[in-house]
Design a protein around this ligand. Structure first.
Ligand code: AGP
Length: 605
């Protein structure tokens, strides 16, 4: 999604703004721009496409100035184009914006009725014109406050002013914004990762807050215009390591990092000496828990789905799952004996963050399972369980999904033990099995060579289906999501038992169908569903951990992952699907780390 950078310095800032925008590229964007201020003139440069393009423009025609703002835009209002790219500037003010102004049409009409003209189709330009108008009688801060009072929707803003050449104003409502500190230089950024090469000292704005940056100081204000102090966090080195090393792209690095991710995560939560799980400080006594509600979007939602099966197997706790964008608008009956668990890699997903806010307003207990521990969702939840996956840069979530599954499984196991719903021997055995995951993941990754061959079969496919039952159903959904987002091939995930109720009509000669069938209680049933597909010409890719099942001639391609504890099989079965999506996308020359139209951090609704 969109990304913001602002730098106030004692030296020219355009090169550092460009470098920081490159760090924001992973979020997904379609145009870029920069505005610097020198000799009371705003100098704006924009391009449609990549930051490299913007860099070339600056190379030909440098932008001087010790203060500036930059932006990568993910189109919401108006097509991706130079005119719609940010910053949006008037003669006096230049603005970069993340988020959506919901009443922009109304505000636009008001401004147009006063004779003001708009250059772009964006919602952002109303902010520029409103601040410009307010500046007639006010100081910059006051003009921003006045403008914000008129805006509905979500935003993070970076603003510079022609006649106030040493300040950048930042403001946040809904969309994240961070401030970084250094010597003779201060920064504004959509996330701390974008500022990493310049500083590790970061503060995070909360909703309704504003900041005023000069090269020497930063002041913060709440929504009532009171000056406030903000905590400075030192961002850990680990959060700062994000380099693709010898890998072709971040996604392949992140797929192959998974044995290490799993090891780190398991080590964080398993006390090998005590043979127990290190999870304490439950916001509700586990014995009193009535229900667990799991909420997330996309891949994070799929981990909620897997967790539902685990909760049902290992505990007697009621469980409900929901997609955050649905949860936030439902007419829910909140209960203070329920625990609401929010899953998010970034911790900044707008729908998930809004769903969490609703829970907070209803005074129920919340838990965040996140990768980014300084994120909005982590900061707002009552209880945080980090997944310790390290930065995930590829838009497609891989190692974070693994981390989410491991943390969810460990949490559920612990709940089951505290509630005496599992006997000690099984509990100990399950802890031992968790420790085996890294080794088994490594073995599973060895399937890559076979999957490279398999990927070729998808090049001419019109589409594909992924089938599974039980906890393999969410893995089917996840496999389909990975394939469609990376290779743009139409892919659907279905519970195998549902085929006869409609989707079977899609099966025709040669359609690739991926059947996920671990050796669990559904195995035979899944095989029957597979036969129904074979009978109609489906070309089967069969993925199992069942050593006994021979890969018959009716199966076009077979992949065997190691067998682990039945409950843990979804963790291993995901790997071939990630590799398949990756290799099909690679063969199709797709932009693997930045698939078209998508963003890493979905900070708008
Ligand atoms: C997965 O590959 C995605 N790109 C996407 O579905 C993602 O999982 C979703 O947007 C949620 O993001 P979050 O985990 O950062 O909240």
């Amino acid at each position: 999604m969109c990304g913001i950078i602002g730098i106030a310095s004692n030296k020219p800032v355009s090169i550092n703004i460009i470098n920081s925008l490159k760090k924001l590229e992973y979020r997904g964007y379609d145009s870029a721009g920069i505005a610097t201020l020198k000799n009371n003139l705003i100098n704006e440069k924009k391009c449609s496409g990549r930051v490299d393009e913007l860099e070339k423009i600056l190379f030909k025609s440098p932008s001087d100035g010790n203060i500036g703002i930059g932006h990568v835009r993910w189109a919401t209002h108006g097509v991706p184009s130079i005119l719609n790219a940010h910053p949006h500037s008037s003669e006096n003010v230049s603005v970069v914006h993340n988020g959506i102004i919901e009443n922009s049409d109304e505000l636009k009409m008001e401004l147009e009725s006063k004779g003001l003209k708009f250059k772009s189709q964006t919602d952002t330009e109303v902010i520029t014109l409103l601040i410009t108008e307010a500046l007639n009688n006010n100081e910059p801060l006051e003009s921003v406050f006045k403008t914000l009072n008129k805006l509905k929707g979500s935003f993070a803003l970076g603003i510079i002013f022609k006649d106030f050449s040493d300040i950048i104003i930042g403001a946040r409502r809904g969309s994240p914004l961070a401030v970084g500190y250094s010597n003779n230089e201060n920064y504004l950024g959509s996330d701390s990762y974008a500022l990493k090469s310049m500083t590790n000292k970061i503060s995070y704005l909360d909703d309704g807050e504003l900041c005023v940056l000069t090269k020497n100081e930063v002041s913060f204000y709440d929504d009532k215009k009171n000056k406030i102090n903000k905590k400075i966090h030192i961002v850990s080195d680990e959060e700062n390591i994000a380099d693709k090393g010898d890998y072709k792209n971040f996604m392949s690095k992140e797929i192959f990092e998974q044995p290490i991710t799993a090891k780190k995560c398991v080590n964080e939560y398993i006390d090998s000496l005590k043979k127990d799980i290190n999870i304490y400080n439950f916001p509700i006594n586990p014995k009193d828990l009535k229900k667990i509600i799991l909420i997330g979007c996309g891949t994070a939602y799929h981990s909620c789905l897997v967790a539902k099966y685990w909760l049902e197997e290992l505990t007697n706790i009621d469980v409900e799952i929901d997609i955050a964008s649905e949860f936030r608008y439902r007419n829910l009956k909140f209960n203070d004996k329920n625990l609401y668990i929010f899953i998010s890699q970034s911790g900044e997903t707008a729908d998930t963050a809004a769903a969490l806010d609703i829970c907070k307003k209803n005074s129920v207990k919340t838990c965040a399972i996140v990768n980014v521990i300084e994120s909005t969702i982590a900061r707002n939840a009552d209880w945080v369980l980090p997944i310790h996956a390290g930065p995930e840069i590829g838009v497609a979530s891989t190692k974070a999904f693994l981390g989410q599954l491991i943390v969810l499984y460990i949490l559920i196991l612990k709940l089951s033990s505290i509630r005496n719903e599992i006997n000690q021997t099984t509990y100990n055995q399950k802890i031992e099995n968790l420790k085996k995951i890294p080794k088994f993941l490594k073995k599973t990754l060895d399937l890559e060579t076979n999957i490279q061959i398999l990927a070729k079969e998808f090049l001419d496919a019109k589409g594909t289906m992924f089938l599974g039952r039980g906890s393999s159903f969410p893995i089917a959904l996840e496999g389909a999501l990975k394939l469609k987002e990376l290779s743009y091939l139409h892919a659907e995930g279905y519970p195998a038992g549902e085929m006869k109720h409609g989707p079977l009509a899609l099966i025709e000669e040669g359609l690739p169908v991926i059947v996920i069938a671990p050796k669990d209680k559904y195995f035979e049933k899944t095989l029957s569903n597979m036969q129904e597909v074979i009978a109609r010409g489906g070309k089967i890719v069969f993925i199992t951990d069942n050593k006994k099942k021979s890969i018959s001639e009716n199966i076009r391609f077979g992949l065997r992952v190691p067998h682990i504890d039945n409950l843990l099989s979804p963790i291993l079965l995901t790997i071939p699907l990630q590799l398949l999506a990756y290799h099909v996308a690679l063969l199709k020359n797709c932009d693997i780390d930045k698939p078209r139209n998508l963003a890493k951090s979905v900070t708008v609704e």
